[in-house]
Each structure stands twice: as C-alpha cells, then as structure tokens.
Design a binder for this molecule. Structure first.
Ligand SMILES: [Ca+2]
Ligand SMILES: [Ca+2]
Length: 428
C-alpha cells in the first residue's frame, strides 16, 4: 500500500514587535539590524497552521534572552530589530495539522483482495512545535528561516533521570561510578508496557564532529552503537501512569561499598553484559541487542553523549538487528582532519527510524560542543554541563511540568537544554 504524502511548505507571516529593552539608550555605537523571520514547516507536515507562536532570541555573546512578541493573525512577515551580533532563535507554540493514521479495522476482518484499498485515515491533531536556528546580524537587513517540528507533550515513556557521573572517593581513582542508573517514567495517562522498550546510545559524540556524511541518515534516523531492551511478551511489565522504572548498570547495593553511593539492589532491570559483569539474580536483565563494547556497559561519565528510549521497528530483534538496521556511511572525522587526514572514512552504525524514538537526552560541555547528533524534531538543543568533579553526586533530572492532586507530569518539549536540570541523584 502506498501512502500519498502531501508536502506543504507554509510561511507564516506575522508582525512582530521586539520586547522593548528598557535599558536601551540612544547610543550611536550600537548598530541595529532588521531581521525577517520565517517559520518553515518540515516537509512531512500536512495542512499545518500555527497558533500561540513564540520566539526567543538569545545573544550568544551576552547570553541575554529576549522574547519577541508575535501577533499571529493577518500579517505576512515577522520582523524584529536586534542589535548586531550572533543569536540563537528558538521558536515554540501550537501546530494544528493532519496526521494520517492506520484505519481502525482488524486485518483479519478484511478480505485479502481489499487490503490494497485500505487507505490511511486523515485525523486532525494539535501538537506542540519547536524549532531552532542561529543567525548573525551584521547588516541592516537579515533573514532567518526556522524549520519547525511537531511533538506531543503527552507522549508516553520519557527519560526522567540519568545518574552516571560518580561520587568522590578518598582513594585512587577518586571517583566511584559503578552505581549508574536511568529512571524512565510513564508520562501518559494510560498504563503502558515496558516490554520491548529500548535504551539507545547514539553512535556519535557531541564534542567530536563528522562532516561530509554520505549517505546522511542522521536527520531521519537516530544512529546508534548500543541497544539494550526490556524483555517480555508485550504485557509482562505494566507501568501505571506517572510510575517509573529504574534501570541499573549494576543492580547491587553500592552503599555497601561507599555509603554515598546508590542502593540499586531493588532496581527493576539491570544491564548485564556477560561473564565480566555482575548479575543480581533477583533483578531482571535487559537483553543486549547490540553493543560495540560488548564486555561491559557504562553510561558515560563524560557529558558528551545522546541517549534515547524507544522501540525497535516491527520485526527487528536481537537476531536480525545487525542486518536489518546496519547503516554504512562515509564521513570525515574533524579530529582527524585537524591532523591533516581528510579522506572519507568508512563507518558502520545502526539506524533506528525517528518514528521509533520516544525521547532523547543530549548532553555537552558548552566549550567543547560541535553538533547535535539527531534531528531537531527529536532533540532541539543539548543540556549544558561541566566536566569532572562538578558533577559528583549529581544527575540530569527532567523538570516537572504540571502537578495535580493525583500525580506529577514531567516537562517534555523535545529540548534537552530546557527540559532538564542538574540535581542530586535521587537514589543516593
Ligand atoms: Ca551490569
Ligand atoms: Ca540480573
């Protein structure tokens, strides 16, 4: 069955007035340019229209952020006056669009010769959107295009906490980091099953860039080098709304080694990589689907990674993962390039379609940052972190969005830079 795709590019035009800077003075030395901002919908958005649009401009030198006020009706163009300089523009708001969903019939009920006639059903939907673009204003008139992407704020499983940066200990190597864990929360209003849920580690690093990637699947797929999966037949591991599961690198009571470490002996699952690893028989092991470093797995102490949770495409499992998802590409490594080695190099990683990714967390040290490792629709911007002892005892923790009498909802805007905060590890 072939799905017709409508490709619609839509340019929203609105008059924009810059939030007045109360400190702004008549100073001939400050030069201002007029920037024309266009929000451009990604190619797979059907019948899209926007509301509640908002754009924030952060001056990359001063880190000062201003919100640009937008009038959403009638006009054709947003223009703003901004002082000369380099800015990061972040757009957000509501996207009203049409989504093609599978028809609500059981395939068993359909005659074989009618299968080809089943067409996807268009469903009107409102999602949030976001988008990001950098612009440098060096003349009177500048233009910025921001491609925007939809996301649902009520999505299911989200990464709630990643604790993997260690604690300080008095003996060499002065850090203990084997009590690493990830907490995944059901942020939806219905019971979900963790069966088949995967933890992915991206193939790339935020502080080591590849260029001239060919073919480039990094925007359509989340490219991975590590996959661990929750076992189960489909309904063995229910997770109630607002409830969470703990996945330990080593599911032991680390407090018996260092009192400041985490007790992970009651984790829901543990990452077990084989005979070089410890195995708590009371804690279910994740299935190692693939790991380039098969003998031992540890969430990275250095904050230069991107992690995702999601599911493997239908029909892909531990046995056929390598053949089904292998992604061979050429790329030039910028680090090698700095040593004068610029020929394309052959690489192999594994490409998971974006549609199979539920949530992404990306971290980087700002001074070392080189690139985002996935599509903006999955994660708009990285969570900034320091290196080393500044992170001892800490975890990257998702912020709370809404608190009701019954439960807490977590913030999910597909933007690590605003969805997370650094806090004390909750299980230490
Ligand atoms: Ca382990
Ligand atoms: Ca175990």
């Amino acid at each position: 069955m072939k799905t017709t795709r409508f490709i619609i590019l839509m340019f929203i035009a609105v008059t924009l007035s810059v939030t007045t800077n109360s400190c702004k003075k008549d100073n001939d030395k400050v030069l201002y340019g007029t920037i024309t901002i266009t929000l451009k919908m990604s190619e797979d958005i059907i019948d899209g229209s926007l509301s509640d649009a908002k754009i924030e401009a952060t001056n990359l030198t001063t880190q000062r952020t201003q919100t640009l006020d937008i009038t959403p009706s009638g006009a054709q163009t947003w223009t703003a006056e901004l002082a000369y300089g380099a800015y990061r523009l972040v757009a957000g708001g509501k996207l009203h669009h049409t989504v093609l969903e599978a028809p609500n019939v059981e395939l068993e009920d359909v005659e074989d010769d009618l299968l080809d006639d089943l067409q996807p059903v268009p469903v009107e939907k409102t999602d949030n959107f976001n988008g990001i673009s950098n612009v440098t204003i060096t003349k009177e008139q500048e233009v910025a295009n921001i491609e925007i992407f939809p996301f649902s704020s009520s999505s299911g499983f989200v990464i709630k906490e990643l604790s993997c940066f260690g604690i300080e200990i008095p003996v060499s190597p002065f850090r203990y980091d084997k009590d690493a864990y990830m907490i995944i929360c059901n942020n939806s209003d219905e019971t979900l099953y963790a069966d088949g849920l995967c933890i992915f580690e991206n193939n790339f690093l935020t502080d080591s860039k590849y260029i001239d990637i060919y073919p480039d699947k990094t925007k359509s797929h989340y490219v991975v080098k590590t996959v661990y999966m929750v076992p189960g037949s489909g309904n063995q591991y229910p997770v109630a709304p607002g409830e969470e599961i703990v996945i330990a690198a080593e599911a032991i009571n680390h407090k018996s080694i260092y009192s400041d470490a985490a007790d992970l002996s009651h984790a829901d699952f543990e990452i077990y990589t084989g005979e070089n690893d410890t195995d708590n028989p009371d804690v279910t092991n994740l299935i190692q689907i693939y790991d380039t470093n098969q003998s031992y797995y540890q969430f990275s102490v250095r904050p230069n990674r991107s992690y995702a949770i999601g599911k493997l495409p239908a029909g892909v499992n531990a046995d056929n993962f390598i053949t089904q998802l292998a992604y061979e590409f050429e790329a030039v490594d910028l680090v090698l390039l700095s040593f004068g080695i610029d020929w394309p190099d052959d690489h192999v990683a594994y490409a998971v379609p974006n549609a199979n990714i539920y949530d992404v967390m990306t971290q980087s040290i700002p001074g070392d940052y080189m690139w985002m490792l996935c599509a903006s629709s999955l994660d708009l911007n990285y969570f900034p972190m320091a290196l080393g002892s500044a992170n001892f005892g800490k975890a990257v923790i998702r912020k709370t969005s809404i608190v009701t009498e019954e439960r807490t909802y977590l913030q999910k805007t597909n933007n690590s830079s605003v969805d997370f905060k650094l806090g004390s590890s909750s299980l230490r």
